[in-house]
Design a binder for this molecule. Structure first.
Ligand SMILES: [Zn+2]
Length: 97
């Protein structure tokens, strides 16, 4: 199990997380974006700040890296209807706009 820090969009309710250091991407509605992989967490947003969340996935960092590196894009984004895992809302110390 891999512990992941992600953010949730207030608008489309999608969870996004950065798969590796240079994986920067937006949620489907384009209101929030995440970057930094497992090294640091950096996010951007329009209108409303996202909800920082923590959850676990049955995956390895290498699988996430390859998903990003080969443009498979199976991970990094979890739509509202697919959010079946346990999610914990957290507060983040670092916040960048
Ligand atoms: Zn969104």
């Amino acid at each position: 199990m891999l512990e992941i820090n992600g953010i949730k969009c207030f608008d489309c309710e999608t969870i996004i997380f950065s798969r590796t250091r240079h994986d920067f991407h937006w949620c489907p509605c384009g209101k929030i974006a995440i970057d930094g992989g497992f090294d640091y967490l950096k996010y951007s947003y329009k209108d409303m700040p996202p909800i920082p969340i923590k959850f676990s996935l049955e995956i390895t960092k290498k699988e996430l890296y390859n998903d990003w590196n080969y443009n498979r894009d199976l991970f990094g984004l979890i739509k509202k209807e697919d959010q079946t895992m346990k999610i914990i809302e957290v507060s983040l110390e670092k916040q960048e706009r």
